[in-house]
Design a protein around this ligand. Structure first.
Ligand code: MN
Ligand code: MN
Length: 469
């Protein structure tokens, strides 16, 4: 080997996957993105994602796990938590007590929730009041078509699944922004997070008054009469409901080359979809393979369906029970021998806002799946900070499998920050690292992701299930 070649190998070179991968690979990436698009456009809430993943698993002959009843022998098992978290387990050649390979992502996305008592009348408008969920930039939700998806339990116990606004034939709901002509004093000059107060994030829900001229709040009454006729509900039924306000638009190809998919909720339906598809399509794994989708990441992973709950460890204990030994110490040991991909999107380098990133460590769209050693804020506050040994194993695995990957960070030091579910798994002694595709406009109603990065991520997670020991 001549000296020149040797020196070339010294430098870390990160190529766009459009230079490193061939045309058939990119054709496959566009095809994979279509499968993802269908899932994304249909499933906009945690419950909808859980139902969709369970259906996919059943199509692969997975069975729903019932404690003390389900026996070994099925191709895979489905565990559902409160209807809003799901775990899919595929037994490997080795028992789960030797640890499993886990890809965990979240299926909640930033949005607006209807308040518990949402309906009111104001200036002859029926309005629905909302409470924002997760880190939204309020102005992005103004004057755009919104849909309502969710569940209502009626007084007699009937469970209604609602989806209004996603079908082009449906009406939509709008938070109407102020016109520029009248915003001089009310909005202009205010800080971006203050110019539209949270209590003004109200949906317009109707203007026709009820025909009873003696009634009070006739427009609100007309909406209630409509809801009663259509769904059999009364105003009190909103109390036993979870109704989420989400963008009504479907995803779209972005750019002349169509290489980017714009859509709502990539964070983190993209990683959960990649993880579930990878699990279902991987060959028989050496280690047990586990794909989990959890709720509540966007508000700190709290709640019984979030990653900071017993859901994950209970699933692991049930798997060990299925195998015949769920002693506490066996479950703890299995956790310590478990590898985890905290599958979560990264912040991609924005061409017009490069100053918020440190370019030597920023992930780029189209450059492959991101491996993120740590997230957090300020001095890595709240980060998992993956250990060097685990970083090595993934780097080796993905290099050997020829998967486009890159490293990424959450922006410049002291620029901002954020967290993922990583630290909640690491608490149990699991090896954990963050990994997902880079996005532009994270948490916006229309987030951008490169189709090639979705495919790279699917292949990367599949390699974890098939080959990581
Ligand atoms: Mn995320
Ligand atoms: Mn997020």
């Amino acid at each position: 080997m001549d000296k020149k070649t040797d020196k070339k190998k010294l430098t870390l070179e990160r190529k766009s996957s459009f230079d490193s991968m061939d045309a058939p690979w990119h054709k496959a990436s566009f095809d994979f993105a279509e499968r993802y698009r269908n899932f994304l456009d249909l499933n906009r809430t945690e419950r909808e994602c859980v139902a969709a993943f369970a259906k996919m698993a059943v199509e692969h002959d997975f069975v729903e796990y019932i404690p003390d009843e389900t026996k070994l022998g099925a191709p895979g098992y489905i565990f559902i938590g409160k209807g809003k978290a799901i775990a899919l387990y595929r037994p490997g050649k080795k028992p789960a007590k030797e640890g499993v390979n886990l890809v965990i992502a979240h299926i909640d996305s930033p949005r607006l929730d209807l308040k518990v008592n949402p309906l009111l009348e104001n200036a002859d408008f029926a309005m629905l009041k909302t409470h924002y969920y997760g880190g939204i930039r309020k102005y992005q939700w103004l004057s755009r078509p919104l849909a309502i998806h969710g569940v209502i339990i009626l007084a007699d116990g009937t469970e209604l699944n609602l989806r209004i606004g996603s079908d082009p034939a449906d009406p939509v709901f709008i938070i109407s922004d102020l016109e520029p002509h009248l915003s001089h004093k009310a909005q202009n000059g205010k800080k971006v997070n203050e110019f539209y107060p949270g209590e003004k994030l109200n949906l317009i829900a109707g203007i026709i008054p009820d025909e009873d001229e003696d009634a009070k709040e006739r427009v609100k009454l007309a909406v209630l009469a409509y809801l009663n006729e259509k769904y059999g509900m009364t105003e009190e039924d909103f109390v036993s409901a979870e109704l989420e306000v989400v963008p009504a638009e479907k995803s779209r190809d972005v750019g002349f080359d169509r290489a980017i998919l714009g859509g709502y909720g990539h964070d983190d339906r993209v990683c959960s979809f990649m993880g579930v598809r990878a699990l279902l399509e991987a060959g028989t794994p050496e280690k047990g393979a586990l794909a989990i989708a959890v709720d509540k990441e966007e508000i700190g992973s709290a709640g019984a369906s979030g990653a900071d709950s017993v859901f994950v460890m209970n699933v692991l204990a049930e798997i060990l029970a299925l195998e015949g030994n769920a002693a506490d110490i066996a479950v703890r040991r299995a956790a310590e021998r478990t590898n985890v991909i905290s599958a979560d999107v990264a912040a991609g380098l924005h061409p017009d806002w490069q100053e918020v990133q440190e370019k030597n460590n920023a992930a780029k769209l189209g450059h492959g799946i991101t491996l993120t050693k740590y997230t957090g804020a300020r001095g890595k506050g709240g980060a998992n900070d993956a250990n060097a040994e685990f970083m090595f194993r993934l780097r080796k695995l993905w290099n050997e499998a020829g998967i486009p990957w890159q490293t990424g960070m959450l922006g410049k030091v002291d620029e901002g920050g954020g967290g993922t579910v990583a630290k909640f798994l690491a608490y149990h002694g699991m090896n954990v690292v963050d990994s997902g595709p880079p996005l532009l406009g994270m948490h916006a109603p229309m987030e951008l992701v490169a189709k090639s990065d979705i495919y790279a991520g699917y292949l990367a997670y599949k390699a974890v299930f098939e080959k990581l020991l």
